[in-house]
Design a protein. Sequence first.
Length: 306
Amino acid sequence: MGMSASDDPGDDPGDDPGNGSGRACPPVSSRLREGGIDAALRAAAARLATVSDTPRLDAELLMAHALGVERDRLLLDPSRFTAPMDFDALVARRLAHEPVAYIVGTRDFWTIRLRVGPGALIPRPDSETLIEAALAHFGSRGPRTILDLGTGPGTLLLAALAEWPGASGIGIDAGEDALGYARGNAEALGMAGRAGFRRGDWGAEIDGPFDLILCNPPYIGDEEELMPDVAGHEPAAALFAGADGLDAYRRIVPDLPRLLAPGGAAILEIGVTQHISVAALARAASFSVDCRRDLGGRDRALVLTR
């Protein structure tokens, strides 16, 4: 799975994790007497603003995790709760640029919740564009067989299987840590009987055909800079793909014709500047190409058909 530097959702680092006044910022727990949970959230958000573009959201997610409740329950009636002592420790981890998803251990994607952690690329909302494109192509009839190349924690395969209960599929990844999360997620979602996961090198040693092929490969250039949340924690092999970020596509796309069933679709995530380059590779492999944009209006997925 991949993402481009221009899409990097990481947050700008701050030199001082305090309050910017030159004085040390006291821990959140020392300010609880000022107003309970809401005061704790405000204090945490103020500190997290030095490392995050979404400090209040981060604080709410960390608090909900510390309390063992859903965020919406916390927000509905915060006065029912008292901030636990370990909330400070969670905030400290976020101030060190650890991704919230790794701290809480889960990330919601499409209609499912996935366990994630070190070694697995964190699912991102932009990747939901691939599921939207698949729904537009297949409609209610759905695919019967699905291949997810670079599955990570099972993100695209399990989201697709949640849409089409009659489908089954295989997820391929080079990382054992990611595959461990994927298998656990399939089990937790009740999909272990429909989802298989293998360690592999993209489509090598995989026999088709598949009705739907989903792929979010690494697509960041080796010299591109990423924010500390991403560069310091997520697996480099799932991010970087050669000098121009296209190495993975050069290997994947020529192999797709033998893997894709007639009437099927191969849907690839791309970086915002890669539409023309990846489309050229696809047309050289005799595919027709359509581009789908994400909710931000950016080129995000190419739909390959024959």
